[in-house]
Ligand binder design. Structure first.
Ligand SMILES: CC(C)(COP(=O)(O)OP(=O)(O)OC[C@H]1O[C@@H](n2cnc3c(N)ncnc32)[C@H](O)[C@@H]1OP(=O)(O)O)[C@@H](O)C(=O)NCCC(=O)NCCS
Length: 255
């Protein structure tokens, strides 16, 4: 590849056009590393020029945004420090009131211009620290979804049919992942491509979900197996008898 081609390839991975790239780098260079409420306020105003946001986005310092013109944020979306959003074609949509905690990565990874690629997240979701989503096949997440730390949602698999060729050079398959409303994926869960997780499901810590789960399942293990329906009498009884703590945070949050 010649230098011009290399540069074009690099630019395509960073932004939607050269003029966009220049403006984005300028704005982010000026305000992305300012800490405190002052920084949050400045970015809330300045980043409206480079991404699409209803109201002022709440963005901490050292958030990394690539192709921000393909990022769409609802009201009161919160991006904690070190969040990394790479919005290649297909883009990233995040619904109102959703929080991405420290180190969360949403990467559309659509270098092949796949029409189904992208990441769409509903309202009032919460993504725990270092959760990572890869969106080649398209990742569709409903409202009120909660992930623990370091959850992996990867809508892609590598083709491995030819043993004489590097796997990385054999192409990919990318069917997509759907996670419906009110799902809880506990810490270190992995969700692989082609899976649909039904409304209200719970997936236990460390599980690998490689088959779709019907609504309200509780599934655990590698591979994830359903151990109960959370609406069953015994499951409800165990929860009701447990000691539940409500705290200031729940009370303070705007409804
Ligand atoms: C999935 C989870 C919520 C289930 O809780 P529960 O409804 O009380 O379920 P139980 O403890 O009755 O477990 C049911 C069965 O699944 C097994 N199990 C539970 N969690 C498991 C896990 N993470 N991995 C493997 N097996 C698990 C239990 O051993 C039990 O099996 P058994 O019937 O053979 O003894 C809980 O175990 C869990 O993984 N919590 C995640 C904690 C976490 O990540 N917290 C961070 C905040 S997001």
């Amino acid at each position: 590849m010649g230098v011009v081609q290399e540069l074009n390839y690099y630019l395509k991975s960073q932004s939607t056009s050269l003029p966009h790239y220049v403006v984005e780098q300028l704005i982010m260079g000026l305000v992305s590393s300012i800490p405190s409420l002052v920084g949050v306020g400045l970015r809330g105003i300045a980043y409206k020029a480079i991404l699409k946001s209803e109201g002022l986005p709440l963005i901490e310092h050292h958030v990394r945004l690539l192709s921000p013109a393909n990022i769409r944020l609802g009201k009161n979306v919160y991006l904690d420090s070190q969040v990394y959003l790479n919005a290649l074609p297909g883009g990233i949509t995040i619904g109102a009131g959703t929080n991405l905690m420290h180190g969360t990565i949403f990467h559309v990874f659509n270098y092949r211009d796949l029409p189904q690629a992208g990441i769409w997240v509903g309202k009032n979701c919460f993504f725990g620290e270092y959760t990572c989503i890869r969106g080649q096949g398209g990742v569709h997440i409903g409202d009120g979804v909660y992930t623990g730390t370091q959850v992996q949602i990867a809508a892609v698999n590598h083709v491995y049919t030819d043993p004489d060729k590097y796997i990385k050079d054999q192409g990919i398959t990318a069917e997509g992942i759907t996670i419906e409303d009110d799902v809880w994926l506990a810490s270190n869960v992995v969700v692989v491509d082609g899976v649909k997780i039904g409304k209200g499901c719970i997936v236990g810590a460390g599980a690998v979900v490689n088959k779709s789960l019907p609504p309200y399942s509780v599934a655990v293990g590698v591979p994830a197996k359903i151990v109960k329906d959370r609406r069953e009498a015994a499951a409800v009884k165990k929860q009701v008898e447990g000691q539940v703590h409500f705290g200031a945070l729940e009370d303070m949050r705007p409804k």
